[in-house]
Design a protein around this ligand. Structure first.
Ligand code: HAM
Length: 425
């Protein structure tokens, strides 16, 4: 009897070569967009002190209280796999004294995060985000710049139909008044709230605004709105953000119920949605977190950032029929026929690769027909065919896979020729 097969854990997936093509393209686009705007890459550990997330993200949030992969290590320290980037990056900012660098400090990151949630389309237990943080600047122009960076990135990966939702949830000065009004309103309407929301509104009324419970929706529709409770400073900040966005002609929807699921946010919060329907449709989101650096032991330092879900973007690219990348457009398939050609093809593949031209081919088998069929399947635009005649005459046949047109070119110089056709400089 064979051994029982071990499988990947629930909610954790392999990314296979056909998926990593778009994945890598998304990362490359993100790096390029972030770097040109002056962001530097930071990489923080996957594993952190559990208290960092309890204090940073909030012990009451779903991400920490219900979904965190937390355990004690072999020295009995409470540790956790990071459920998000922001808390770790702020920890690093403080730990490395980055407040003495020119402000703001602009940082980008990408990589895996872990949340023990119920897996479904667009929701995994190990998932990836691309993330940016701007730490050390309070001006509303920064909020607009950060939001516009995300929109530029979406355009770069051909996601052109992304909706931006915006809200301001105020700060410590105005949040209290709003909370009180909200609790009062939920108390009056408690009977109409779903049971879970009825239980949590006293402690966490803002979380109820984010409720997905059907029965709570009618109550939410008429709930007090944060924008009506903003203090003058928060009001002025939000108006500033909108003015900058308007100036650039950025379309947005004001969503008074948008509060986000993590506790550190202040003032501006935003989310991005694609065309995909369903509860897991947010491509990403973020906002200001002006009190977090101080809460984690640093000097008071304003900050803002966002994270976008990589798997959600991959789903969205499929949904929108968008093509993130044409991955195979700079590769040539080398096919050979007969014994002397086999060695010539073998050598040519390596010469092409040395010359930075993508090249592949199976030199040891198959007739020419099945080799070209394989080239077609791999989606390469060009094939080189070498037979006995070509070996003798020191030429190759270059075949355009789409049209079938063939030309004969000298073997000597084919690497340079392909480099120039593929625009490799
Ligand atoms: P978040 O809204 O918790 O924000 O996550 C951002 C995005 O990550 C989500 O919109 C979604 O696309 C993706 N995501 C979250 N959980 C999962 C999951 N279980 N499976 C697949 N994708 C998921 C944050 O994480 C904040 N740290 C963003 C931020 C940065 N705010 C300020 N700076």
């Amino acid at each position: 009897m064979g051994k029982q097969q071990i499988q990947s854990l629930r909610g954790m997936y392999d990314l296979l070569p056909e998926q990593t093509v778009d994945y890598d393209y998304i990362l490359a686009a993100f790096r390029s967009v972030a770097r040109s705007a002056g962001y530097g890459r930071i990489e923080t550990p996957l594993l952190e002190d559990k208290a960092l997330f309890e204090r940073g993200v909030g012990a009451d949030t779903d991400a920490v209280s219900k979904e965190m992969y937390a355990f004690t290590d072999r020295s009995d320290n409470g540790v956790a796999l990071r459920p998000e980037f922001t808390a770790g990056i702020v920890r690093a900012f403080i730990e490395h004294g980055m407040n003495s660098q020119p402000q703001p400090v602009k940082l980008y990151s990408y990589g895996p995060l872990f949340r023990y949630d119920r897996p479904q389309a667009g929701r995994q237990r190990q998932f990836n985000q691309v993330n940016v943080e701007v730490i050390g600047e309070a001006a509303p122009s920064i909020d607009a710049q950060v939001i516009v960076l995300a929109l530029r990135f979406f355009r770069r990966i051909n996601l052109t139909n992304v909706t931006l939702q915006l809200n301001s949830i105020g700060d410590a000065a105005c949040r209290g008044k709003y909370r009180t009004a909200l609790i009062e309103y939920f108390k009056v309407n408690a009977k109409k709230l779903a049971a879970v929301d009825r239980e949590r509104y006293e402690n966490n009324p803002l979380r109820v605004l984010d409720s997905k419970e059907a029965s709570s929706q009618s109550v939410l529709a008429d709930a007090p709105q944060t924008l009506n409770y903003l203090c003058d400073a928060c009001q002025a900040h939000f108006s500033g953000v909108l003015e900058y966005l308007d100036d650039l002609g950025v379309a947005y929807e004001l969503n008074p119920l948008l509060v986000r699921g993590l506790d550190y946010y202040t003032r501006t919060v935003f989310e991005f949605y694609g065309e995909r329907e369903g509860s897991q449709s947010a491509l990403g989101g973020g906002g200001r977190y002006d009190a977090l650096v101080e809460r984690l032991g640093g000097q008071p330092t304003p900050a803002i950032g966002f994270a976008l879900g990589l798997e959600r973007m991959l789903l969205e690219i499929d949904e929108a029929g968008a093509k993130a990348v044409q991955p195979d457009d700079k590769r040539v398939y080398v096919a050979s026929l007969g014994e002397p050609a086999r060695l010539a093809a073998f050598r040519l593949i390596e010469q092409l690769l040395d010359g930075s031209v993508g090249a592949l081919g199976a030199v040891d088998r198959d007739g020419i027909g099945s080799q070209l069929a394989r080239a077609d399947k791999l989606g390469v635009p060009l094939a080189i065919i070498i037979g006995q005649k070509e070996v003798r005459e020191e030429t190759v046949i270059l075949r355009d896979m789409a049209s079938g047109a063939q030309e004969i070119l000298p073997l000597n110089g084919i690497v340079a020729e392909l480099r120039s056709r593929f625009g490799i400089v």
